[in-house]
Design a protein around this ligand. Structure first.
Ligand code: NAD
Length: 504
């Protein structure tokens, strides 16, 4: 049965030089439909020579793409934007079939990716430099930003459409060429983008995809013609990619994992906070880098808040993302089992199990990778429920006696991706935004993913490097600055002067 599916759907190959590229690598990965447990296709794993072929194609395309006028580049970007918008349901369906997230959530991911494409459409404005006339006698200064060359994008499984879109539209808009290495667990969206680019007239070689694992990543990092790497994934791999890449002189931004806290102060609207905790804790089955995994209830509202969250969790429909469900399966059976192991660990370590996801009724195939929404109360900071990034639908409630204790918890955490505070006290919220050591902060907003014209990035172990993704940081990351000082003389000569240039 499984082999029939593979035969029908075949192998997801690489995308190089504007077309499907089989590659010479012989290794393959398995791609599943997480809602049915079926093996639906294989994915080619690139050998180093396959990465070399993709980089060579990107390198060959760079000179003419860099020289292509902004007008022409923008026309292609707008066409890509239109095509992506028209066909967003198609892409969302691919995401659901390989990742498992429910259709509305998959569509939401596509829309957030589309917003970055729209931001990239403004590249003529984004690339404007500065100009200062007559900084000295007959001397003018202007600044320009130029593309880097070939850039690599390495992305995680949890946003197979949105995360690549954080990087490649902007990288391409400012004149680079790109090699994307998507997650091997849900590889098809990246190829779909390749076909879309080809349809709207992007020259071959500007956008390439290689599939695979560490072998492909390592070759991309060490390849002498790759100028920069944008990585998103777990913290250990982000650190590795950052260290390896910078060691060989590359520009690297590496976004890592997270453990996001939501603080609920006693004056908060508890219904709003409970809705937010459920949405941000269990959306996409908790497989979001901006998911809330720890709710810090500042007493005396703990009991009331837990009751409200539990009531809402009981109403969640879990099942196949193609049906009318709230939450889908986890990405693989192995990940499902790992997430489930935290229930016993939590019980052994003394946390109180309020809702047990092992007992959830599922609207889907019995072979899917299911784990229902789970709620723990009285979780303490030393428990593995709290110390680990579980990346699944387990929400932990930690009790704190006062604001300072809650803040200290967030600031002591090794990750600093996102956080939120729920309160009706403007002064407390203002203090929190100033004092919290986290890159993205929500005030009565549980998942504060910045809009495309700001930049996305965490602090501490959630980001290695100093550039955040997309927005102004993205433009900066994918370009190099140059300052030109020019002097057009009156027909007179200044004469010899070996002193350091002084402005006059
Ligand atoms: P992952 O680190 O396992 O994989 C990410 C990428 O690295 C994939 O393309 C994978 O093929 C590659 N990779 C895996 N092992 C490697 C190795 N040993 N050497 C080189 N490359 C390797 O992450 P994942 O499981 O796909 O994604 C989930 C993680 O990503 C979570 O930790 C989540 O928090 C994080 N994430 C972070 C953000 C953010 O913006 N900070 C966004 C999305 C996901």
């Amino acid at each position: 049965m499984h082999e029939q599916f593979v035969r029908r759907n075949g192998v997801c190959s690489h995308w190089v030089d504007g077309k499907t590229y089989e590659g010479v690598g012989e290794r393959r990965g398995d791609v599943y439909d997480p809602a049915t447990g079926e093996l639906t296709k294989h994915v080619a794993f690139a050998a180093p020579a396959d990465v070399d072929a993709a980089v060579a194609s990107a390198q060959a395309a760079f000179a003419s793409w860099r020289a292509t006028s902004l007008t022409k580049r923008v026309q292609i970007l707008f066409a890509f934007r239109e095509a992506l918008s028209d066909r967003r349901d198609e892409l969302a369906a691919i995401v659901t079939s390989e990742h498992g997230k429910v259709r509305s959530d998959a569509l939401g991911e596509v829309m957030r990716g589309l917003e970055v494409v729209e931001f990239a459409c403004g590249v003529p404005q984004l690339l404007k430099g500065g100009f200062s006339p007559s900084v000295s006698t007959e001397v003018d200064v202007h600044s320009i930003r130029q593309p880097l060359g070939v850039v690599g994008v390495i992305s995680p499984f949890n946003f197979p459409a949105m995360v690549p879109c954080w990087f490649f539209p902007l990288a391409i808009a400012v004149g680079n060429t790109v090699v994307v290495k998507p997650s091997e667990k849900d590889p098809s969206a990246a190829n779909w983008f390749g076909e879309l680019w080809a349809e709207v007239g992007l020259p071959a070689g500007v956008y390439n995809v290689v599939h695979g694992d560490k072998v492909a990543v390592d070759r991309l990092i060490e390849h002498p013609d790759v100028e920069a790497i944008s990585f998103v994934g777990s913290t250990p791999i982000a650190r590795y990619v950052y260290e390896q890449g910078t060691r060989v002189g590359k520009r690297v931004q590496a976004l890592g994992g997270a453990k996001n806290h939501m603080i609920v102060l006693p004056d908060a609207d508890l219904d709003l906070a409970a809705d937010a905790a459920v949405n941000a804790g269990f959306g996409s089955a908790g497989e979001r880098c901006m998911a809330i995994s720890a709710v810090v209830a500042v007493e005396p509202i703990g009991d009331k808040l837990v009751a409200k969250i539990a009531e809402r969790v009981a109403g969640l429909k879990v099942g196949d993302g193609r049906r009318d469900c709230d939450m889908g399966p986890l990405i693989t059976q192995a990940h499902r089992d790992k997430v489930a192991s935290y229930v016993n660990a939590g019980l052994e370590q003394g946390a109180e199990l309020v809702v047990d996801g092992r007992r959830t009724t599922i609207d889907g195939s019995p072979d899917g990778f299911w784990f229902g929404p789970t709620l723990f109360d009285h979780v303490r900071p030393e428990m593995s429920l709290y110390t680990d990034e579980i990346f699944g639908p387990i929400l932990s409630v930690v009790r704190a006696d006062e604001y300072d204790e809650a803040l200290d918890l967030v600031n002591a955490n090794p990750w600093g991706n996102g956080t939120a505070i729920f309160t009706n006290d403007g002064g407390a919220a203002r203090r929190f935004e100033d004092e919290v050591e986290v890159g993205m902060v929500g005030i009565n907003v549980p998942i504060p993913v910045p809009v495309s014209y700001y930049s996305f990035g965490g602090w501490k172990n959630s980001l290695f490097g100093d550039s955040h993704a997309y927005g102004p940081d993205g433009v900066h990351f994918f370009t190099r600055g140059k300052v030109v000082t020019s002097r057009w003389l009156n027909p007179s000569h200044g004469g010899i002067n070996l002193g350091f240039p002084r402005n006059a």
